[in-house]
Design a protein around this ligand. Structure first.
Ligand SMILES: [Zn+2]
Ligand SMILES: [Zn+2]
Length: 266
């Protein structure tokens, strides 16, 4: 049996296609037992960027997920959010996440140094102005803060800076350890995100060396396709399960009302 797919988007984020009920239908067709939605959460300011739902759409988002539940009673459908972690925004995130009974919250770092979304193709030129190792250092320090904040159940796509295939020459394992130490101490899970296979880096997030170190620290894992269209639900999950097993994992975790339970990897 395939693990749950906990990372998928909706058209409310303005760069995904298909209604939640269509994602659910594809999950059923793929034989997935469980899915969860995790669309990009609002920011304190609606004009912060243009790739997330507006604050006033949060109830609409929840309603669309509930419609998918009504349409597919045989599929377990969790309600989550992918929340951008920005240092200093903790109180806003706490208020936001108190507005609905979420099953889980994915904390992701897309922004470093304020306004640079490192995975945004329209900001790709900024990579030329920065040393990759400096970017990775800043990113993993912020990711460690996200893990330590206690605000999240899962940390999303833990080595996102590799997206465009730009990688530092230096050994990054000390950066991984800083992050994983924080994840372990806070009891937060990390996700295996198969979207990396569809990007220039051609590799699941996170890298095998990060995942092995996570396994040694018994940091739990979830799985996510990061689907932005119904056809991407559950994409490359057999490869992701193999990636997890190669790092030493024998179970993944699922969430309901922010409570975690283990499930053996098959
Ligand atoms: Zn993301
Ligand atoms: Zn995402």
């Amino acid at each position: 049996m395939l693990p749950a797919d906990y990372h998928m988007h909706t058209p409310l984020c303005r760069h995904a296609a298909g209604e939640p009920t269509e994602y659910a239908a594809h999950a059923v067709a793929q034989g997935l037992p469980e899915i969860g939605f995790s669309d990009h959460s609002p920011m304190a300011r609606d004009d912060f960027d243009n790739w997330r739902m507006y604050d006033r759409q949060l109830d609409d988002y929840v309603e669309r997920v509930q419609k998918a539940r009504r349409d597919h009673p045989g599929l377990i459908i969790r309600l989550g959010l992918e929340v951008d972690y920005l240092p200093g925004h903790e109180d806003w995130i706490r208020d936001l996440t108190a507005r609905h009974p979420w099953d889980y919250l994915i904390g992701s770092v897309h922004y470093i140094a304020g306004d640079w979304a490192i995975d945004d193709p329209s900001q790709l030129s900024k990579w030329k102005q920065h040393d990759p190792f400096e970017v990775w250092s800043l990113y993993f320090n912020t990711l460690a803060q996200a893990a330590a904040s206690g605000l999240f159940d899962i940390i999303g796509h833990a080595d996102l800076p590799k997206k465009f295939g730009i990688r530092p020459q230096q050994d990054c394992t000390p950066l991984y350890d800083t992050f994983l130490q924080a994840a372990q101490a806070a009891g937060v899970a990390i996700e295996l995100n198969t979207a990396g296979l569809r990007k220039d880096c051609r590799e699941i997030y996170p890298a095998q060396s990060l995942l092995e170190r996570a396994c040694q620290r018994q940091v739990p894992i979830t799985f996510g396709s990061d689907a932005h269209a119904p056809g991407e639900v559950g994409m490359d999950f057999p490869a992701a399960v193999a990636w997890a097993r190669a790092a030493g994992y024998r179970e993944s975790v699922r969430f309901e009302a922010r409570q975690r339970r283990g499930l053996p990897l098959s």
